[in-house]
Design a protein around this ligand. Sequence first.
Ligand SMILES: Cc1ncc(COP(=O)(O)O)c(C=O)c1O
Length: 484
Amino acid sequence: MFEITPNLNPNDQTPLYIQLYQYLLKEIETGRIPQGTRLPSIRKLADHLGIGKNTVDAAYQQLIAEGFILSKPKSGLYVAEFDEQFFTPSQDSGSQFSCLEAVQPLESNYPFDFRHGHIDKDHFPVTIWRKLTNQVLYDQAIFSYGDRQGEPELRVELAKYLYQSRGVSCLPEQIIIGGGIQQLLSLLCFIIKLENPECDGKKSGQQQLNHYGNVAVENPGYDGAREVFRQHGFSIIPIELNTGGIDLKKLAKSNARIVYVTPSHQFPMGMIMPIANRMKLIQWADRVDGYIIEDDYDSEFRYKGKPIPTLQGIDSFGKVIYLGTFSKALLPSIRLAYMVLPEQLLKSFQTNFQSYEQPVSKILQKTVALFMQEGYWQKHLRRMRHIYQKKHETLHQSIRKFMGENVKIIGEESGLHLLIEVKNGDTEDTLIEKAKSSGVKIYPTAKYWMNQNQAKDPLLLVGFGGLSETEITEGIRRLSESWF
Ligand SMILES: Cc1ncc(COP(=O)(O)O)c(C=O)c1O
């Protein structure tokens, strides 16, 4: 049964039973107490609110008399069913907010949705997950708060995994668990600002410009990261890309000392930063005494060439902050990501964030730790690599078969998306509209440029993780039919 918690004021001139009656009436009118709801008994509500039974009875009787509630013999009191049009929206129903949007499920209703954040639906190991979650639910540890930095056993497993698969060299103590890359980036901004008070927006003026108050970002690049930096008051310096990722010469000419990059699979363009550029980038960070924020968001899936070590793995100056996520290789809905801090920033985190609790569920962290300890993670990764490799090939072949030379494929060496440049004279919006009419959802890229006018030919983002091979083929066939 739901609880009723009105703010009754015994010192008010309005009698308590009228206050309770008015409160209940408003809740019924606005639908917050839905029609057909069974109301608490007179005794229970009186106990709950610490008021007399007569007061509750009087309020209920008034509502019964007006037809808002019904008394069903041997059952209880219920909110009556009535025509909602009878009511005008109350001031409290939320109608005074011009920014309210109706709550709607995010699920796509397109038969073929090439969204880049979607992952394979058929191979998540549900039975194993259920077994491990059950196991964790019997662990006495779930009855207390978790470690502020993240569950130690999860950090131990992550440190091993990151070293073996990504060449990241770190201690579990350097890892901070968070609820997604943006949340960790936001925490990182706080840490950087505490370390460097000059970049707090309150200190303005020329002196600030050459300091940490700037963040250089790839352009085009991940808008989600850019937004976090902007909201923390950093000035954003967009740096163009070349075939090796961020243009290092342009970065060197900027006055930035922090750069955010996606070197393993540039988002959204997909290029992989060559090792020579990685070395130069680290030298740059050392020279300017700055930091590199390395976002390794979908590095688990690579289809061509040999893996290149992460920037963190080849950094001997302690200049790289490494970020990774479980969103692509496991599940985006579990909201679990990790950040590896170099020593100086780690100290700052430990000094300044003592009173912050860990935001990610301990139950979930322990489940993931078990998943890793018992070897299921590596098995799952091997399986998913194979599955995505096949989906990737199917996508590539379907584009070639149905679209031929009408499109150019870009950034196809790794990850769960690629880009297609369409050469039929249509704009990005027109192409998306045409796709929609054939049941296909395809995504624009213009928003990834700092200045959307910089976006050149129509470039569309095709995520393939969430579709089966058959759906990929049919989706591309339909796209081609609607475009050419
Ligand atoms: C470059 C990049 N980093 C991070 C993320 C999101 O990571 P998370 O799900 O952990 O927030 C995305 C999302 O697609 C992304 O494109």
